[in-house]
Structure formats: C-alpha cells, structure tokens
Write a protein of this length. Sequence first.
Length: 284
Amino acid sequence: MPELPEVEITARRLSEALAGVSIESVTAPGINALKTFAPPLDSLAGHQIEGVRRIGKHMVVDVSGDLHLLLHLMSAGRLQLYDKRASFKDRTSRLLVRLDGGGELRLREFGTKQRAWVKLLDGPGLAEDEALAKLGPDAYPDPPADLAALLKPQKGRPLQAVLRDQQVITGIGRSWVDEILWVAKLSPFKRAGELDADEAAALRAAIVDRLGAALDLYEEQVKLPIPDKLPLPLQVHRHHGEPCPRCGTTLEAIHYDEQVLAYCPAEQTGGKVLKDRRLSRLLK
C-alpha cells in the first residue's frame, strides 16, 4: 500500500503539473470506486484544478468552485498523469479526469480486490468526511512532540500495530513501520503505552528521519510520469535473512497473512528471535 512518502511525492508532482489546468470531463469506469453521487461528477467539467495535496494516505485534488476529489489508493491503486486518454479496453481504470489539451489524470487499480475509492465533495463535505475526521495527527513533517502521551491510551497494544493505526497517527504503514522501529531500536512488540521519555524521543526522531529520507530521495529521483513502483529505500523491511546494516546480525521476520514484519533481534528484541506464526501453523 502506498504510504506517506509515496503519496506525498505523487501529490507534489501532480500538483506541479496540473495547477491551472481545466477539466474537460470526468467519468468513473470503475463505478464501484465512486462513493458519492452529489455533487455529480459532470459538475467538474469546465473547472480548473487548483492543486493536489495529501491528507494522511489520502490524496485531494482541489478544483475551482470549492470542489474536491478525495481519493484513497488502498493497496493497488495508482494516480497518474497521461498524455493520451485511456482505451475503453483498459480494465484497470477507476476514474478518468480528461483535461483540456488531451491529457488525462487517471486512477488505475491493479489486481482483483478493487478497494481504491474516490469521492467528489464540496468544501463542507470534505471537512466533515468520516474518512478524514477519524485520522490521527500526521506523522510527517512534525509528529506530535509528546509521543509517549499520544500512545499511552493504547495500553497493551504492540507498537507495530499502533503506529499503523491511522486513527492514532496517520501516514505509516507496513513498510515504514519496520524501518522506523529499527532506527529507534525498539521491539515491534513493545507495548505502546509503556514508552518512557527517552524511547518516545527516539521513536519521534526515527519517524522524522526515515520518512524525511525517503522524501529526499524521491525529490531527486521521481519525475513524471510517476512509475507504478517507486524505488523504496528500505534497509530492514523485505530484507529478512540478510545482515542488519548496523550490527550484522541476521534480520528475522514474522509472517502474517498479508504482511511480513522484519526486525533485528540483537538491537530490537534483546537477542530474542520471536516466534514466526507461519512456522507455528505448519507445526500444528
């Protein structure tokens, strides 16, 4: 799933290219992706795009007349700008924003689950939308100064789950949580409500460090057209079985149905290799 750095660089690049461009028409071939009916999509015709921005993992395309396209890419969606318009045979298309001059802003989704969604909202509707109203504070560029206080109500929940909970802090997902906890030298299963002041400070610094470093890299490397897969600068996530970049200990992993959690046992879990649930299922 695209996380904060990937969504942010996509919003920046699209905003640079689209600000001031007029919309010719809008259609939703993936009708199940469209979650609103008022205002209607055709009300966007003739309006200008004012910019594209990020709210958590969501993207907002701001349009003149106080109209806003709110999108969530979910696990397999991509929002891209094309010089040519999509063929009717393109089954990945979920939303087509046709632009004056022949270009097209296209929401595509790969795979069969079709979870990406879009809403067309006016200003008050955007402010009150339930998907945004439930979000916690943004993880970057200025995460909450007192993370210990923010996380304390989470009590017995593990850090790796709490940091991916968008209602607690928004923008972090499966990839970057591994990187952040590795930089902070914290166990993914340490109880979120039990962080002391030093651990909370290390965690906050790690969030800024890893997300900021990713964005710095993307600013250098990511240009239009935005690739379907960005060059994720990961040091731990997806690297289990390899040496830890800091201490050389073999990185270990815990496998879940839809994710793999990676960590350094020497620096994060006191030398303890945690039980891999995939192995536990095989032994039953």
